[in-house]
Write a new protein. Structure first.
Length: 179
């Protein structure tokens, strides 16, 4: 029993260290580059594409897992600041590898009024270089991409502090639009 417990503890430790290692790598997309197109379903099964948001700023944020402490704090901050973001002509879209039904439960539980997209195969997260693939576990990294009305990447946030992230984006959008 002790050996089995130690084995599972070692597996969890290796997964955690591996996740931390891969999650801090710099994304390979660059500022000014066209953002990769996507086609993913939301909590109601409606498909969304990046093209649907042409003419608006898009806050495309990837997060590891529905209903976990950091992801909940980040989502609730976006919820609380949504009117400010919309005033800046921005749409918030959350993406993780969780299912549509998981997203639906998460959105209902925390009254999230913005779109959550299910990237269950991880292809979109991978296109944005926001996927950690730990052998048999895929997890989206906590990266955010600010995409302009022309679908070009304006800013990449790869070191997200969930407690002030939405305000950081509001400040950046305000500065971008003032120039």
């Amino acid at each position: 029993m002790l050996i089995k417990t130690l084995f599972y503890a070692a597996v969890i430790l290796v997964a955690f260290i591996g996740y931390r290692h891969y999650s801090i790598k710099q994304p390979s997309l660059t500022i000014g580059e066209n953002a990769p197109e996507f086609a993913l379903k939301d909590t109601k099964g409606t498909q969304h594409t990046l093209s649907d948001y042409k003419g608006k700023y898009v806050v495309l944020y990837f997060y590891p897992k529905d209903d976990t402490p950091g992801c909940t704090k980040e989502a609730c901050s976006f919820r609380d600041d949504l009117s400010k973001l919309e005033h800046l002509n921005a749409k918030v879209i959350g993406v993780s590898v969780d299912t549509e039904s998981s997203h639906q439960q998460f959105a209902e539980k925390y009254h999230l009024p913005f779109t959550l997209l299910a990237d269950t195969d991880g292809n979109v997260a991978n296109a944005y270089h926001a996927l950690t693939n730990l052998i048999f576990i895929k997890i989206a990294k906590r990266y955010t991409f600010l995409i302009g009305p022309d679908s070009k990447v304006i800013k990449i946030y790869d070191n997200v502090n969930v407690s002030n992230h939405s305000q950081q984006i509001i400040d950046d959008l305000t500065n971008i639009q003032a120039n």
